[in-house]
Design a protein around this ligand. Structure first.
Ligand code: PEP
Ligand code: MN
Length: 281
């Protein structure tokens, strides 16, 4: 049986307070999960909560001191330097995973971010790259080429499939319907690990479970899942963040579910009664 959970990255959409960040880290620690996500800077569709910014870096530094690697989005090269400087002083700079978000499609910035990591970060620090929002294989491959042109070692790159902006049949109203077949093709061509992001693909708790079930058909190397101590009151992506109890149920799917489903089935091109069952009423 294929196991998706080789690389498990979980944590809140955004760091909101020191208490929330540390509570999440303790929950991860209990479960033996080694990588926690938490964004400090949030690109938003509409004006609203844009993250706590620089002041949250010291909270993330505390998490690295608990032995957990912190994964966080960077939009500008200076944010890489800022995070490295503060975690270098107050935490463990070996335990950082930067990521490039889906909307950050300026290749000058992408390359400079990778180059900063290459020049300033310890070798254990990696870069995770999310696919662009629109469905286009060539563009996805192009991002990888831009990053590689920075000189960052290929061994320090992980890819992430977070789906594409909705278009066409989408019976479960996925927030960003996936093309898992394309993700597997990109994984093969680039020879890089590919992690799935059921949270941003699904957009609701039920859909996160559906995506996870479907993904079992494919050879993903890991998953990035949003989880929050109090999802209803989350400042961003409240509908899709799991509670820790739900996270435990989701991780069980990875251990017990044998067969997954094609992307066409997940989006309803072919009927699939199993995926139609609600997981929560
Ligand atoms: C996120 O991971 O919280 C996020 C904003 O994702 P994406 O870049 O995939 O939209
Ligand atoms: Mn999010």
């Amino acid at each position: 049986m294929k196991k998706i959970g080789k690389i498990i990255i979980t944590g809140p959409c955004a760091a909101e307070s020191e208490e929330q960040v540390i509570n999440c880290a303790k929950e991860l620690k209990k479960r033996g999960i080694k990588i926690m996500r938490a964004s400090l800077w949030k690109p938003r569709t509409l004006p609203g909560f844009e993250g706590v910014g620089e002041k949250g870096i010291t909270w993330l530094a505390k998490v690295t001191k608990m032995g957990i690697t912190i994964a966080t989005e960077v939009l500008f090269p200076d944010q890489v330097s800022q995070v490295l400087k503060i975690i270098g002083k107050k935490g463990n700079p070996n335990k950082i995973l930067f990521w490039l978000g889906s909307r950050n499609q300026n290749h000058y910035l992408q390359r400079e971010i990778a180059s900063r990591i290459n020049k300033e970060a310890p070798k254990s620090v990696k870069l995770l790259i999310k696919n662009q929002p629109w469905k286009d294989e060539k563009h996805w491959l192009g991002i990888v080429d831009h990053i590689l042109s920075s000189g960052l070692d290929k061994k320090r790159i992980i890819l992430n499939h977070r789906g594409f902006s909705p278009k066409g049949l989408n019976i479960f109203k996925m927030r960003n319907p996936p093309d898992m077949e394309m993700a597997m093709k990109i994984k093969k061509i680039t020879d890089l690990p590919m992690v799935i992001d059921p949270s941003h693909i699904g957009g609701t708790v039920n859909n996160v479970f559906r995506v996870m079930k479907a993904a079992k058909k494919f050879d993903f190397d890991g998953m990035m899942i949003e989880v929050h101590p109090d999802p209803v009151h989350a400042k961003s992506d409240a509908k899709q963040q799991l509670t820790f109890t739900e996270l435990d149920r989701l991780l069980k799917i990875d251990s017990v579910t044998r067969n997954g489903y094609s992307s066409a089935r997940l989006c309803g091109l072919r009927r699939n009664p199993l995926l139609e069952e609600p997981f929560y009423s």
